[in-house]
Design a protein around this ligand. Structure first.
Ligand code: SF4
Ligand code: SF4
Length: 66
């Protein structure tokens, strides 16, 4: 169980790729319809992607997530 998770708000994201470039875990993936999403299994919750997003499209959710 993880205490936080990060999600990309598709309404705000402009697919600039900054979050993808800073993610050392390769957890920011592109879907078939060209959206960027964070793979929860790969993500370690470091938060670097959120810091890198100038549009603040990456949100932190608190709770317990598997
Ligand atoms: S850095 Fe922000 S705007 Fe750029 S691709 Fe990532 S979530 Fe989207
Ligand atoms: S929180 Fe860290 S590991 Fe998770 S997607 Fe963002 S940069 Fe990658």
């Amino acid at each position: 169980m993880r205490p936080v998770r990060y999600e990309i708000d598709r309404r705000i994201c402009r697919r600039c790729g900054s979050c993808q470039r800073v993610c050392s875990r390769g957890a920011v993936l592109e879907t078939a319809d060209r959206r960027l999403v964070i793979d929860r299994k790969l993500c370690d919750g470091c938060g670097a992607c959120r810091d890198a997003c100038k549009l603040r499209a990456i949100v932190k959710r608190k709770g317990l997530f598997s």
